[in-house]
Design a protein around this ligand. Structure first.
Ligand code: GTP
Ligand code: MG
Length: 201
């Protein structure tokens, strides 16, 4: 897929204020600082489309972007930022759950995982919750430029082992680096294929 146009549409905390659900939607989520916004900028080749930051917790809202006038890309606020109060963690949980349950055009969730870490309970809980809710998702292992491919593959193998204990079918997995563009072609090809499936339905 060639990205001809990528534009920011709207940020909000409410599903009913999101753009009309008339196009396939792909949402990016994961622990704070995992590289969601950077990946969106890498995919769209626009360095400042989604706001990135070296301090966690930058993205607090549901941010909609329109790509090629064909599909929506959504930057969601991250989870697991230690300095967040119990109240804001609870409001994050409510907002995200509501979004997953009510957003009728939500086509696939990209769960971003830092490729440098062993499976973390927080990520596994989140993945299992998506599975239980029946939300289609894929896994994206980020920041692969920061270590050898052997180490990245070991992280992925550990996830596969852990997920196999509870799930019969494993999700698609992608390796990415927003620094050297790893994974860009694979993810855009995947979205292209899913868009074609949605259109033919
Ligand atoms: P929140 O919105 O705070 O949840 O964070 P986020 O998940 O959107 O992360 P963001 O894209 O802002 O990136 C966080 C930090 O990681 C920034 O300093 C990025 O430059 C860095 N980063 C993101 N992706 C990569 C990557 O693939 N490689 C390297 N080396 N650094 C990355
Ligand atoms: Mg962000």
């Amino acid at each position: 897929m060639v990205i001809k146009e990528a534009k920011f549409l709207v940020s909000n905390t409410r599903v009913d204020l999101c753009p009309a659900p008339d196009k396939p939607e792909y949402a990016f989520i994961g622990r704070s600082n995992v590289g969601k916004s950077s990946l969106i900028n890498m995919l769209t080749h626009q360095s400042k489309l989604a706001k990135t930051s070296s301090s966690p917790g930058k993205t607090q809202l549901i941010n909609h972007f329109l790509i090629n006038n064909e599909w929506y890309l959504v930057d969601l606020p991250g989870y697991g930022y230690a300095k967040v109060s119990k109240d804001s963690r609870e409001s994050w949980r409510k907002m995200i759950n509501f979004y997953f349950q009510k957003r009728e055009n939500l086509t696939c969730v990209f769960v971003l995982i830092d490729s440098r870490h062993e499976p973390l309970k927080q990520d596994l809980d989140f993945i299992n919750q998506l599975g239980t809710m029946g939300v289609p998702f894929v896994l994206v292992f980020t920041k692969t430029d920061k270590q050898s491919s052997i180490k990245t593959d070991a992280t992925i193998a550990a996830y596969v082992r852990t997920l196999k204990k509870t799930w019969d079918e494993l999700p698609r997995m992608f390796k990415t680096s927003s620094v050297d563009q790893t994974g860009r072609d694979e993810i855009l090809k995947f979205i292209d294929e899913v868009n074609a499936q949605v259109q033919s339905q």
